[in-house]
Design a protein around this ligand. Sequence first.
Ligand code: NAD
Length: 699
Amino acid sequence: MAGEPQFVEHARDGDVHVLRLANPPVNTLRTEVRAGLLDGIQAATREGARAIVLIGAGRSFSAGAEMTEFGKPRKPPSLPEVFDAIEQSRIPVVAAIHGHALGGGLELALACHARVASPGAQLGLPEVKRGFVPGAGGTQRLPRLIGLEALRLIVSGEPVGAEEAQRLGFVDAVLPNGTGSDLEHAAIAWARENAGRSFTLARDREDRIAGYDAAKFDEAAKRLTARTRGQESPLGCVAAVRAAFTMPFEDGLNVEREQFTRLVQGEQSQALRHVFFGEREAQRIPDLPPDAKPLPVNRLVVIGGGTMGGGIAMSAANHGLPVTMVETSDEALRKGLERCEVNWQRTVKSGKLSQADYEKRRALLSGTTEFEKAVGEADLVIEAVFENMEVKQEVFGRLDKAARPGVVLASNTSTLDIDQIASATQRPELVIGMHFFSPANVMRLLENVKGKATTATAIATATEVGKRIGKLPVLVGNCDGFVGNRMTGKRGPQIEKLLLEGCLPQDIDRVMEAYGMAMGPLATGDLAGLDIGAAVRKARGTVAPIADAVVAAGRLGQKTGKGYYDYDENRRRLPSKEVERIILDLSETMQVRRRRIEDGEILERVLLPMVNEGARILEEGIAYRPIDIDVIFVNGFGWPAFRGGPMFFADRLGLKAVRDKLAHYAEATGDANLKPAALIERLAQEGGSFATLKGPGRV
Ligand code: NAD
């Protein structure tokens, strides 16, 4: 019909009928696409085609189901109905895959009679990462095509390349001439040549699931779920895949459907989707004028080749951006470059990086001690020298003189005032914070910190370069600790109190790790070094009796072999008798009666101070949206994505309960910092939530 978008396009090449999924940008399988497919199969049959080629228009086959349709009544036809029609088709349907075939997109391809792919196509079932299981037969068809390997693919959610998929057995042919728009021609030729073959549908294959060995399956399942820390969807995947091996196809589909329905409605899946959409949302910067353009960056210069500078330089080289490391002496430079090399070589050894790619990366990294010369050639500078205002100002004064006009100067400071750093230059409008997290070549989070004078151009440039070197940039305001460190800093006083009132370090870490945190707060302190916090307290004139006593006992954390824990030669942490003694003595001298503290209380007293500070951060406009905070915690602070982040946690609890609990703990523990933030008071009164907060959180 004229004017109406066609969600499935038809084309004819002799006796081969082509159906093109046409729902840009990634051909999600919305209702109109499903209906179009059903019509397409019928039309091709009616018109007497010998084969059907099913292909994606644009840059990809299909990214799967339309997640925005979840939770709403499904309009027919359902995916299983479409798949039935394909499987019952008398003429073979060949899926031709380029770009991505993910989730429902791959399930669609698995229901076809055969699959061909272009080199470099990616195929996978990532549902587990959104908190559910493939829900349209993927857990039943894939094992029938590739056996036990399907468990690994489905539980990890990681995609594989076309060549690997062919090796495993779920792609019939990788078409060497099938790149770009040529895939359609190559697939038509393949379909024509093979149309006379008798295809066995995935659902009818028995050979790969025969000889099911329960012990072997259990062992694989155990290995694959060993590190999923309380996440439900990997277990749902195991149950569904097991059904493929032990039940008839239709019964297996029912098991899959039960798992899907249960998990997709569950809190973990909601949390994972909250984070998934939030990571995109965080990329939209509200105040940025649409015409703000990033400056072209073809060479990055990193000042300082220490822990952070090295990691930042590696991130650039890993993503094809030429980078120069600047150090103060030949010795420091040698060490800085060596650290990068050792790290890369370790990755080569582990098989995750080819020698050729290593060499490419290495060639993009250079180093020098000639500060002015290097900076003069920079399109962007990121400073990562010692955390000291005088040093930073001195460096920025020199940067300003040496860098070409218009070049953005960024600082990786984690605590210092960006405006004060900027004041050492004649270009404060081009000074911005780019706060990476350690290890900087691994952690995805990048807090870009906007100073008073920072312009849209500087923000756009920092955002663009951040994305380009594999990071997830979130724009935040300038304040002590920015968002992440400012919030985690607020748990300290309650952790001290918990220890005084009855906990030991291992109790607190156990509760937080059971919640899903990558590492409990005390073990994290040991990893980072307890002297850092001690220095901050000294500078601010605050005390933390237990933390101070632990440091005074020479226990600075892992680097001294002991901190809140003892560490054995394999850096395994062990409860410490000495720390227990320190804590018990302090409870006694401070006349705090020790009691048994429930896990629920521990969790609340560690998380709620962060939530409260998060609300203040919103009030001050330091973070634009609650989701930005959640994205920061999931990507930079080991917060499990399936828990959604601190603001999501607060919403689940309900803001009335959050307010009441904060007020209660403020009173019970004498911690004025826990007095509910004005924004929490307001939302609790209105019956609102962080999720429904419109506009800035300022009150
Ligand atoms: P580091 O001590 O490991 O490295 C600093 C390096 O800077 C040293 O190698 C030193 O030789 C070099 N340097 C000092 N002055 C210089 C100059 N004028 N020109 C060139 N090089 C110079 O420190 P780091 O841990 O990498 O921290 C660097 C910055 O990153 C600090 O501002 C810190 O707050 C911030 N940061 C650190 C972490 C972390 O976890 N370590 C995390 C986020 C941010």
